[in-house]
Design a protein around this ligand. Structure first.
Ligand code: HAM
Length: 448
């Protein structure tokens, strides 16, 4: 059998290379701000995703999927045309065939509400749903902020709350616990009231900030007429003192929103969830009313919000449906992965066993044993591409497998497999081929 070592591709520049081969093409790179997740890192993504899905399942949330591309007006109407997302960050393009304006989803709530209206999803009962997938925003990339990023998005459609608002917060608190991250993430909440008090608050803000117009930066001055609420969100250190003195909506809530917020805080206290009321928390999307919340970590620098959401009772009507109260949030997967890496390092999905085999008879036996082990649920890597025992043992070791299973002519003739532990003490020993699965399953329960 030919050794894999001799199969290396000939380089185009090596002597004897075929002169007729075209010159090597320049390699292409991924779009800036859009990342590959390679297998070593993807193992952590998968574990995180499994835990998250399982927590959502335990609260009765069901998966739903909507397209990545939607008609642009959906996002303009839902998110609001004076928001950063709609003004600056959307990947919008014209359908080449019919000229329709389309947009890569910058977030999931708009698409989910569109789908709920389109399919009359709430005809029989309210719905708890979640969605996972990529979102796209043309932001300046930095650690924790990308142009293609991933969210787990959760929505409770047709619930007036505040019990369901609390349910979602409690669900996230459980997720942090189950991921071992509870110590590093805290909760901030606020109420931004209903339409009437938001209008009144808006006027009060315009009046207040107009008094300081000369001191405002260009962005905030522009927002004075477009979206004054967002001035409260400004990170400009020079404005912090002015912002601190601005009228607070949470102090001017009308009775229904006040009652909702008081019940929310009471239920959070009952559930043992610590929170900070942050009167400046307004969120960057226009559809919210009443409850808004963010889970924040100080371990990731400027991009510390790992999940954010709130109530959006007016969105169904805004998108042409009938009045439907709803509440939801989205969690940034990349930020969670960064936190998990900081807390635990990368995990690798190592195979249980790597099968080393040399010779035709050995290959046949090895295949049979491999399939039996896979029947028993183990992850088994068969050596592929031939190679000497020594070369294959090197690959077995590099694979991080717990065991090497070795089959040569002698083993094939005797119907046995040599089992060699690679990560724990113990001698190599021969086991009858039909007993390998049982023998290894017993080892599988022993922790390393
Ligand atoms: P959002 O606050 O825009 O809310 O995003 C939610 C989370 O997505 C953020 O807290 C952050 O973790 C992550 N995220 C946002 N932008 C980026 C980015 N450029 N790079 C990496 N991660 C990012 C929403 O999207 C709402 N749809 C949430 C919601 C659902 N509200 C109600 N229902």
């Amino acid at each position: 059998m030919k050794s894999a070592m001799t199969d290396a591709p000939r380089s185009a520049t090596s002597p004897g290379a075929d002169d007729a081969r075209p010159p090597r093409k320049t390699a292409l790179q991924a779009v800036r701000g859009m990342n590959d997740v390679l297998p070593d890192e993807a193992a952590l993504w998968e574990r995180f995703e499994e835990t998250t899905r399982d927590v959502f399942r335990r609260y009765g949330y069901r998966n739903l999927r909507v397209p990545i591309v939607e008609p642009t007006p959906l996002f303009v109407r839902a998110i609001g045309d004076a928001t950063d997302v709609v003004e600056h960050e959307m990947y919008t393009f014209e359908d080449r065939l019919n000229g329709e304006s389309l947009t890569l989803r910058p977030e999931a709530t708009a698409g989910i509400v569109r789908a709920a209206i389109e399919h009359n999803l709430l005809y029989e009962r309210p719905q708890r749903v979640w969605l996972a997938g990529p979102m796209f925003r043309h932001e300046r990339p930095q650690k924790g902020r990308y142009r293609q990023f991933h969210q787990f998005d959760v929505e409770a459609l047709g619930f007036a709350g505040p019990d369901v608002d609390v349910e979602q917060i409690v669900m996230l608190a459980r997720l942090w616990r189950e991921l071992g991250l509870a110590d590093g993430i805290h909760l901030e909440i606020n109420s931004i009231g209903d339409a009437a008090e938001r209008r009144a608050h808006r006027s009060a803000l315009v009046e207040y900030f107009t008094r300081y117009a000369d001191a405002l930066d260009a962005d905030s001055r522009r927002r004075l007429s477009t979206n004054p609420l967002r001035i409260l969100d400004s990170k400009n250190p020079a404005l912090q003192e002015i912002i601190a003195g601005a009228p607070r909506l949470v102090d001017r809530l009308e009775l229904p929103a006040r009652t909702h917020f008081d019940a929310l805080t009471q239920m959070l206290a009952d559930a043992g969830i610590a929170y900070i009321v942050n009167p400046r928390l307004v969120r960057g999307l226009d559809y919210y009313n009443r409850t808004v919340f963010e889970w924040v970590t100080d371990r990731l620098g400027a991009q510390g919000t790992v999940a954010g959401g709130g109530r959006y009772d007016g969105l169904f009507e805004e998108l042409g449906g009938k009045f439907t109260p709803a509440c939801g949030f989205a969690m940034g997967v990349e930020r969670m992965i960064l936190l998990l890496q900081l807390a635990k390092g990368d995990v690798r999905d190592a195979p249980f066993a790597y099968i080393v085999h040399v010779g035709d008879a050995a290959a046949k036996l090895a295949h049979r044993v491999a399939e039996e082990l896979r029947d028993a649920g183990h992850s088994i890597v068969m050596n592929a591409g031939g190679g000497s025992f020594k070369a294959q043992m090197k690959r077995a070791d590099a694979s991080d497998a717990r065991f090497a299973l070795i089959v040569g002519d002698d083993e094939a003739a005797a119907g046995t497999v040599a089992i060699k532990p690679l990560r724990e003490p113990g001698e190599q020993r021969a086991v009858a081929a039909q007993d390998v699965a049982e023998h290894l399953s017993a080892s599988a329960h022993k922790t390393l």
